[in-house]
Design a binder for this molecule. Structure first.
Ligand code: NAD
Length: 424
């Protein structure tokens, strides 16, 4: 577990060698020699574990695992592991986290980890009667649900409530029963689906209808994570930049075409941490975008404003259905290690860190967009990808990158020309 006292403010982490970065992370997170070896080996999962995880396995695919530095969340410094193939994301998160460190840094909070299971009931003969009967049967239905998962109940979770909805659809009116389940440290899809399936026969008897679907909803709007930070105007480049960032945010909040890319930037951070910790990232994506559209209009997941001192205030609130038990979180050795590096011992810790990274990432993109534009920071890494695509390897890569950047034309045809010339 990462030491509570160690500072995550590490200047020049990006300039160190992989070996040095591993050593720093190992010291901060008290990693064992086996864990250090796992990082150094660059592998992790292994075919045997992969073969137990999904069907028809023929191999594994690796992603780079980076560590974002400088994060201070609720007064505690954390290193944040991120797995992602896109350049600039880890750098932007670290840079913005540095600007957000003042005081307690980023404030993160979470609701109780409550997920929704949906039971779809068709052909209900008397809707009012069915609703009344379901309300009367609530306690016995919750008891029946909880009998399915004594472990979850022992950890303080379990079925908490029922909500009854009637919706109009193209296939007619239907009753939809929501089962609210506190999943504690699990993401909870298996737990909730099992409960919904077990309740179905009772729900049919009570309502006189026919149950069709019994499945979790990924619009986890009872399981929200929130991150909030203030960035001093002088640290971000002055009051004009603050105003421009607020105007850029307002554009995203008003326009779905812009919001889709604005929220994608937030998800760059959220999903990179999700991948590093083996979360169900499809669930997170669908939950985030459905939540962004909850008003009937697809909007920004974040909100940026200027406070009375002229400083920039950012808030991100979004569903965060993450677990540290269940799924692949415990079976993937690198995911376990990532949680240890981050020092997350509860699912709500992880959810708060992910919201904080999403907020920092969002600021990184907004700041770049209102200033030099997004391509500037990407250029060097983009040049590296281009020269590799053009056939550069070994020592030639750095020389070709230099030449390509110097040419000022970061394009594939130019990369090919340079690589051809250097190969001579
Ligand atoms: P799981 O069933 O593997 O583990 C959860 C169980 O762990 C709990 O039900 C509980 O019995 C036990 N547990 C032990 N300690 C606990 C603690 N401290 N807190 C809570 N529970 C504890 O996994 P899950 O989280 O129920 O389901 C996640 C999996 O379901 C993921 O692999 C996901 O991809 C998959 N899934 C997702 C969807 C979806 O729509 N998102 C649908 C189906 C399946």
């Amino acid at each position: 577990m990462a030491s509570d006292k160690a500072s995550s403010r590490i200047s020049g982490y990006y300039k160190k060698t992989v070996e040095e970065r591993v050593s720093i992370a190992a010291e901060m997170a008290d990693l064992t020699s086996d864990e250090v070896e796992l990082l150094r080996s660059g592998g992790g999962l292994g075919l045997e574990a992969a073969d137990r995880m999904i069907e028809n396995v023929v191999g594994t695919i690796e992603y780079p695992l980076g560590v974002a530095v400088n994060f201070r969340i609720n007064g505690r410094d954390r290193l944040v592991p991120m797995a992602i193939e896109e350049p600039s994301v880890v750098a932007a998160a670290s840079n913005m986290a540095r600007l957000m460190r003042e005081g307690d840094g980023i404030k993160a909070s979470c609701t109780d980890p409550v997920m929704i299971g949906q039971i779809q009931v068709l052909d209900v003969p008397d809707m009012d009667g069915a609703k009344k009967a379901l309300k009367e049967a609530k306690e016995s239905l919750l008891d029946l649900a909880n009998q399915q998962d004594p472990v979850l109940v022992r950890f303080g979770g379990g079925a908490r409530d029922l909500q009854i909805r009637v919706i109009e659809t193209e296939a007619g009116e239907m009753l939809v029963l929501h089962l609210l389940v506190d999943c504690r440290d699990a993401m909870g899809a298996n737990a909730v689906n099992t409960m919904c399936e077990v309740l179905a026969p009772s729900v049919e008897k009570i309502t006189g209808g026919r149950v069709l679907l019994r499945i979790i909803s990924n619009l986890a709007d009872h399981r929200l994570a929130r991150a909030e930070a203030v960035v001093k105007k002088d640290d971000i480049g002055g009051e004009k930049i603050v105003d421009d960032i607020v105007a850029a945010w307002a554009f995203a909040d008003a326009d779905p075409y812009r919001a889709a890319t604005h929220n994608k930037g937030i998800m760059n951070g959220v999903i990179a941490v999700a991948l590093a910790t083996a979360q169900d990232h499809r669930a997170l994506e669908s939950g985030a975008h459905a939540y962004a559209a909850r008003s009937g209009h697809y909007r920004s997941l974040s909100r940026w404003s200027k406070n009375e001192d002229g400083d920039l205030v950012g808030v991100l609130e979004m569903p965060m259905a993450v677990g540290i038990v269940g799924g692949a979180t415990r079976t993937h050795p690198v995911a376990r290690l990532a949680l240890k590096i981050m020092g997350a011992s509860k699912a709500i810790d992880l959810a708060g860190v992910m919201a904080a990274v999403g907020l920092a990432q969002n600021l990184g993109a907004l700041r770049a967009l209102v200033q030099e534009g997004i391509q500037h920071g990407h250029m060097r890494l983009h040049a590296r990808n281009l020269v590799v695509m053009a056939g550069a390897d070994g020592n030639l890569i750095d020389r070709a990158v230099e030449a390509l950047v110097e040419s000022g034309e970061i394009r594939f045809d130019k990369a090919q020309e340079i690589v051809r010339r250097l190969k001579g």
